[in-house]
Write a protein that binds this ligand. Structure first.
Ligand SMILES: Cc1cc2nc3c(=O)[nH]c(=O)nc-3n(C[C@H](O)[C@H](O)[C@H](O)COP(=O)(O)O)c2cc1C
Length: 332
């Protein structure tokens, strides 16, 4: 997710789940071929398993990018055919390419010829008036014929004009049933459903119909929901780390990043939701948001943010104690 799933975010997510497959932000072929590759592609080995998402529509360029990504050690190459933004359309990539299944098939084939990694596609269920199930099935059949074996399908169509990317993630109705139907009609393909999955119970229900689930916003805003993924979906009965342990485990990573001139809040911004829904969670979020952008702050800020949370817990415990003393006084 652009602006969200950068390497710091992914390192943090990986501390929460050892097995969930993580995806980079979309990286355009042009940027990768002409830009600063280490900055765009570099990742910590601990982030693996890690898929790179590419944006582009030129088979030769995408094949070159796939080869570079393979050398960097990515585990999957994913092509974005779902982003509806104006800028992306102007560059002729993203969701508008749903209208050109043959071109996508050529891109997939060119990448598959070049790398031995899985080449996958992330798409919508349709665009504009091209939203009949038959259009989607034709798209899937065309890229499957080129060798694509796995699709991630965001179960909403996209309007290419008139809606912002954000609105295109909210307004077109979710049609999970269409993704289930694709799985029924293409049983040999690995079909991963995306869109509107808010928790792991919902994810588990989806697995009756599809092979996998991709969670975007819910995982970003409430990252600790990933903590049960390994146990529930990957048969890993290893310990589930408490949130405080995840914070502790981030500290050496943060110290190293700060030494390399990374700003603290460019890492902690991904951690604001860690205590979502538990006592002191808002205080944690507020403290980090207010302090982590200040000059000269160090990694021990996280420990202070935890202490703030605990202060709150302690004072609420103290308040409870006082209330029960007062209650027993009254009753007595
Ligand atoms: C800030 C933001 C950036 C996104 N960037 C990308 C992207 O780079 N590539 C992509 O395939 N989807 C991107 N998406 C879409 C999500 O991957 C996902 O398809 C969408 O949010 C629906 O899933 P969800 O309901 O689980 O969030 C982005 C979403 C958000 C909120």
């Amino acid at each position: 997710m652009m602006g969200w799933t950068d390497r710091h975010c992914r390192y943090f997510m990986r501390l929460i789940s050892r097995h969930a497959l993580l995806y980079t932000e979309m990286i355009t072929a042009g940027a990768l071929l002409h830009g600063d590759r280490d900055r765009l592609l570099g990742f910590h080995p601990q982030e693996k398993p890690l898929a790179i998402q590419l944006g582009g529509s030129h088979p030769t360029e995408l094949a070159q990018c796939a080869a570079i990504a393979e050398r960097y050690g990515y585990d999957e190459i994913n092509l974005n055919v779902g982003c509806p933004s104006d800028r992306v359309q102007k560059g002729r990539y993203g969701a508008c390419l749903m209208a050109e299944p043959k071109l996508i098939a050529s891109c997939v084939a060119a990448m598959m010829e070049t790398v031995s990694l899985p080449v996958t596609v992330k798409t919508r269920i349709g665009i504009d008036q091209r939203d009949r199930y038959e259009d989607l099935a034709h798209f899937v059949a065309t890229i499957a014929a080129a060798g694509c074996r796995k699709l991630v399908i965001h179960a909403r169509k996209a309007w290419l004009q008139g809606l912002s990317p954000k609105e295109n993630r909210q307004i077109p109705p979710l049609r999970h049933d269409l993704v289930w139907r694709i799985k029924k009609d293409f049983p040999a393909l690995e079909i991963v459903l995306n869109g509107g999955i808010g928790d792991l119970d919902e994810a588990e229900r989806q697995l009756h119909h599809v092979d996998g689930v991709m969670i975007g916003r819910a995982a970003y805003h409430h990252p600790y929901l990933l903590a049960a993924v390994d146990r529930r979906f990957h048969g890993d009965s290893g310990p589930v780390k408490p949130r405080e342990q995840i914070v502790d485990d981030m500290i050496p990573y943060i110290e190293e990043a700060l030494a390399g001139n990374v700003r603290l809040n460019s890492i902690t911004r991904h951690m604001l939701g860690l205590f979502h829904g538990v006592s002191g969670g808002r205080r944690w979020r507020r403290y980090l948001s207010e302090k982590a952008g200040k000059p000269g702050v160090a990694a021990d800020l996280l420990q202070r943010a935890i202490d703030r949370r605990d202060d709150r817990m302690q004072s609420s415990l103290a308040r409870q104690d006082q209330t029960s003393v007062a209650d027993s006084d009254r009753l007595g």
